[in-house]
Design a binder for this molecule. Structure first.
Ligand code: PRX
Length: 677
């Protein structure tokens, strides 16, 4: 079939500074003795021969109103349908079903950022009450019903999972936008999902500042309105109910404080909607190769089964555990492994409002000590930062993790060892989990009690995930060859997203077209899923992920499209051309460097550099802020006029630029290189 490909002349995978194979590290007997999964035959049960029925094991962890008849329906390939015929509600599974035995148990521990503010411990009963009352408000005051989309732009507070679970109770599709994203980024997602209700919070704490978050809602509504999507209600949770924390005025007839309206729904109880397994549960927007983020549509039954199964067996969550995933719920990690997975298993999940380095580098360990956290989950960028500024801090606090996770980026063996020895105090089992927004849950990881750990490697496919590595010509790289290629997944799995919201063609093109064996086929074997990552497989079946092969970069564990940043820079009138390249950074992993050629007649200045950098922050958010804006006389170009990002990336990474004699303007390379000195 015709393969349409974005041309990428430099990628994360290409600049990856990688490491070799490390030795195995074994989990302790104590860990194994208590683990949820200790039976190595799980890999036979989840072999390709037993696919797809093996996933019944995960579906059976849930409570169904009506049991499903078909495990996997492939008739609309590659939009797979799981557990067809089943009826289920995610809110019921995360709350109601636990009440009989565990209503007094803490569902959510909330750690506010100000040290002087008390922890909040929300029991399952209280969660039930708050979710029901808010669901009543959403239904009766906001007029939301099954299938509607609603955009959330919320910080890390318990009101966020309460909102998500209230939506799920009604069958309303939530689309949470990371709180750190700008009003403009929020507007784009409101428009794409056609949301007419925005749910936000007036303010939240970050690094000692009470940030005015309501301001972003006004920008989002204005811009969405200009783009044809009117927001008729903004529901605003107050960080301190009854007290104004944001100087931004309320808009009459549009903005409402949740706590004021909520009084009218005191005591309301809402029967959960009986959703079909394939009904969408939420959208999660993520970056791709174009400027426009894509809304990954996740299902109810398949998604919930997958995150519950992997939370139980990979995260080793038991109901008695205190589990802390320090991601943000605005990313997929938070949806799957702060909210849905742990709550479906009746665990206690921790939500932390702030940053782990504020007020000092011991903050995370203090929270762990206070709450007696025993499972910890974070990203390498955080581990690197905590190691850099507080290498001896963990030893000062009394906490003991039985299990720790790393997610989102490759972790250097040296950093892994600090995590293991200093944070894990030499005894915690570590899993390095590789997956994506699109995949709903883990793809590769070791199973903590069955497979030994190996620093710097993610591990083999988790049960039921069968990776395969292809070369550029769609030839399979032999298993265990240690040779880099494009890692794909051979089979569907229940956690996988169903499509890109409103853009099935883009879904098929981006994830399946490249290695599809027959576009007419209804057989899943013909549709390997392209992850967009490069990887190598060692002889023992463990994978090492090298990084993205496309125009996506991973900045501090946050996924950004280089095209998105370039489009943001192009909104500045003086800019003629923009090119973003990934640069290695010892804490953030990768940073974006932004090269700009100005329109004729404009002169380079520091003020202009700042203007462009500010534009990127207001279009996307501070996380996309370039390391440096380089105002160059011209971009290095091929004779056909294509910007040679590879050359720019070499300069930014202080690498040899290689042969540039075939460029249309080779002299410019030296000019730019001099700027970097
Ligand atoms: O490049 C891979 C990297 O993060 C990408 C997915 O980003 P996102 O959709 O934001 O989801 C992040 C959290 C699941 C992947 O394509 N990535 C994720 N986990 C790892 C990783 N790279 C190496 N090792 C990992 N454990």
């Amino acid at each position: 079939m015709a393969v349409e490909r974005e041309s990428v002349d430099t990628s994360e995978a290409e600049i990856a500074v990688h490491w070799g194979e490390e030795n195995y590290v074994y989990p302790s007997a104590e860990f194994i003795a208590q683990a949820n999964m200790t039976d190595p035959s799980v890999f036979d049960r989840f072999s390709l021969e037993n696919f797809p029925n093996c996933f019944k094991e995960y579906a059976d962890l849930l409570s169904w109103y009506e049991y499903w008849q078909t495990t996997l329906d492939t008739s609309d390939a590659p939009c797979w349908k799981w557990f067809v015929g089943g009826k289920i509600n995610a809110s019921y599974n995360c709350i109601d079903r636990h009440l009989a035995k565990n209503r007094n148990k803490t569902a959510i521990h909330f750690a506010p950022e100000p040290v002087g503010e008390k922890y909040e411990h929300i029991t399952y009963q209280e969660l039930y009450v708050r979710v029901n009352e808010f669901a009543a408000l959403l239904r009766d005051f906001a007029g939301l019903k099954k299938g509607d989309r609603v955009t959330l732009h919320m910080p890390m507070v318990p009101e966020l999972p309460i909102t998500m679970l209230a939506c799920a109770r009604l069958g309303v599709i939530h689309s949470q936008v990371f709180g750190g994203f700008s009003g403009k980024a929020c507007a784009d997602r409101i428009v794409d999902s056609q949301s007419r209700v925005l749910i936000t919070m007036d303010a939240y704490w970050r690094s000692g500042h009470l940030i005015d978050h309501k301001h972003g809602a006004d920008i989002a509504c204005d811009l969405a309105g200009k783009d044809g999507q009117k927001v008729d209600k903004v529901l605003i949770w107050q960080r301190y109910p009854g007290k104004a924390s944001s100087p931004t005025a309320m808009v009459k007839g549009r903005d409402y404080f949740v706590n004021e309206e909520l009084n009218k729904y005191y005591g309301a109880r809402i029967e959960p909607e009986r959703m079909s397994a394939e009904a969408p549960l939420f959208l999660m927007y993520t970056s791709g190769t174009t400027g426009k983020p894509k809304g990954c549509q996740h299902s109810t039954g398949g998604y919930l089964a997958y995150v519950t199964g992997t939370s139980k067996y990979v995260q080793d969550i038991h109901p008695e555990d205190v589990y802390w995933c320090m991601a943000d719920i605005g990313w997929i990690t938070g949806h799957s492994y702060i909210v849905y997975g742990p709550l479906a298993l009746c665990a206690s999940t921790v939500i932390f409002e702030g940053v782990p380095t504020f007020p000092d580098a011991g903050r995370a360990w203090k929270i762990a000590q206070d709450l007696n956290v025993n499972i910890f989950h974070t990203a390498p960028t955080t581990i690197r930062a905590l190691r850099k500024i507080g290498p001896d801090e963990p030893a000062k606090y009394k906490f003991k993790f039985k299990h720790m996770t790393t997610v989102g980026e490759p972790i250097e063996p040296e950093v892994w060892r600090w995590y293991h020895e200093v944070v894990g105090k030499g005894t915690a089992a570590i899993v390095d989990t590789w997956w994506q927004t699109e995949t709903g849950g883990f793809l590769c990881s070791t199973l903590p009690a069955i497979k030994p750990m190996k620093a710097g490697s993610t591990g083999p496919g988790v049960p039921g995930i069968h990776p395969i590595i292809f070369d550029e010509n769609a030839k399979e790289i032999p298993r265990g060859a240690g040779k880099a290629g494009n890692i794909c997944i051979q089979n569907p799995w229940p956690g996988a997203f169903q499509t890109i919201w409103g853009d099935r063609d883009r879904f098929v093109r981006t994830y399946y077209e490249r290695y599809c064996k027959n576009p007419k086929s209804k057989d899943w074997r013909d549709w390997p899923y392209l992850t967009g990552d490069a990887a190598v497989e060692a002889p023992d079946g463990y994978y090492r992920i090298l990084g993205r092969i496309d125009d996506v970069i991973n900045v501090s564990g946050h996924r950004l499209g280089t095209k998105e940043i370039e489009s943001a820079a192009m909104t500045v009138a003086e800019v003629a051309e923009a090119a973003v390249v990934p640069v290695k950074h010892d804490v953030k992993g990768i940073e974006p460097d932004l090269y700009i050629a100005l329109k004729p007649g404009f002169k380079a200045s520091e003020a202009l550099e700042k203007k462009i950098s500010d534009a990127v922050c207001s279009e996307i958010g501070k996380i996309a802020k370039p390391r440096r804006v380089w105002l160059v006389k011209d971009m290095p170009k091929t004779r056909s006029g294509k910007i040679m990002r590879r050359v720019l990336a070499s300069i930014s990474n202080k690498k040899d630029v290689g042969d540039v004699t075939t460029l249309a303007n080779p002299e410019i390379v030296e000019d730019i290189r001099k700027m970097s000195k």
